[in-house]
Design a protein around this ligand. Structure first.
Ligand code: HXC
Length: 257
């Protein structure tokens, strides 16, 4: 597929996807969504790829959903097209992916970053849900994912005031996994992605599924889910290989089976 709004590069076992609408600060229009759905589906389907990184520019990861595209839409159009529901196809990606955020991650930009398995932030990152200033609310999961990530007090304050949260506060609050200097953001994100890409593929998916289950289920049910997936991996060749490699003091050779 030829992409117009994103760049897709293959770096060994890692797929790097870069939002590429610099003049609009990577505002997320329907073209970007269509292309991201395709790029993530291609990543998920390619057995040689084991982790992905989604990034933007130095100034903006993404400054939100495209306001100019939404401006004239009415309720019937929004409802009939189930506007934004396509993002669920991005969050359906089974394999791990990281958001590498520099500069603005506002509105839909913050929401897409939170769709990632985790966020690595540049020290310049600014997160916010400023939709209230436009007379609306988050619409791509922001009110829910932000509240899960940082708790009600801060999420409510951010949604009601539209204020931005800098990288340090975001790390303290639990929104981002790690802060790195802006100049090394991509290197650090790719290095982390390579680490993940070097793990057993089935175990990577299982770890992702069980951490995500913590948001969907109660504790007792989540623990049973974890244990069943854990049991299931004992049916994989990679469990035999991983444990044999440990005992033999050698590097494991994963087959993803
Ligand atoms: C469309 C956008 C945009 C957006 C920026 N641009 N954000 N276009 N949608 N979300 C465009 C500007 O119109 C401008 O285009 C160009 O990008 C550069 O932006 P400037 O404002 O000139 O840059 P700067 O002065 O540096 O300010 C940066 C900024 C500001 C603080 C990030 O652009 C800003 O506040 N943007 C909107 C942020 C926002 O409200 N996001 C939430 C969107 S709603 P031109 O053509 O003029 O040069 C959302 C809702 C999701 O995400 C679900 C609810 C429905």
């Amino acid at each position: 597929m030829n992409y117009e709004n994103i760049l897709v590069e293959q770096r060994g076992a890692v797929t790097l996807i870069t939002l590429n609408r610099p003049k609009a600060l990577n505002a997320l229009n329907s073209g970007i969504l269509r292309e991201l759905i395709a790029a993530f589906a291609a990543y998920d389907a390619d057995d040689s790829k084991r982790c992905a990184v989604l990034t933007g520019s130095e100034k903006a990861f993404a400054a939100g959903a495209d306001i100019k595209e939404m401006q004239e839409q009415g309720f019937a159009q929004m409802y009939a097209s189930n506007f934004f529901a396509g993002w669920e196809r991005v969050t359906a990606t089974r394999k791990p992916w990281i958001a590498a955020v520099s500069g603005y991650a506002l509105g839909g930009g913050c929401e897409v970053a939170m769709m990632a398995d985790f966020i690595i932030a540049a020290d310049t990152a600014q997160f916010g849900q400023p939709e209230i200033k436009l007379g609306v609310t988050p619409g791509m999961g922001g009110s829910q994912r932000l509240t899960h990530a940082i708790g009600k007090a801060k999420a409510m304050e951010m949604c009601l005031t539209g204020r931005m949260m800098g990288a340090e506060e975001a790390e303290r609050a639990g929104l981002v996994a790690r802060i790195v200097p802006a100049a090394s953001l991509l290197d650090e994100a790719l290095k982390t992605a390579e680490t993940i890409a070097g793990m057993a593929p089935l175990a990577a998916i299982a770890n992702k599924e069980m951490v995500n289950a913590a948001f969907e289920t109660g504790l007792a049910q989540g623990i049973v889910f974890e244990r069943r997936l854990f049991h299931g991996l004992f049916g994989s060749a990679d469990q035999k290989e991983g444990m044999a490699a440990f005992v033999d003091k050698r590097k494991a050779e994963w087959t993803g089976s």
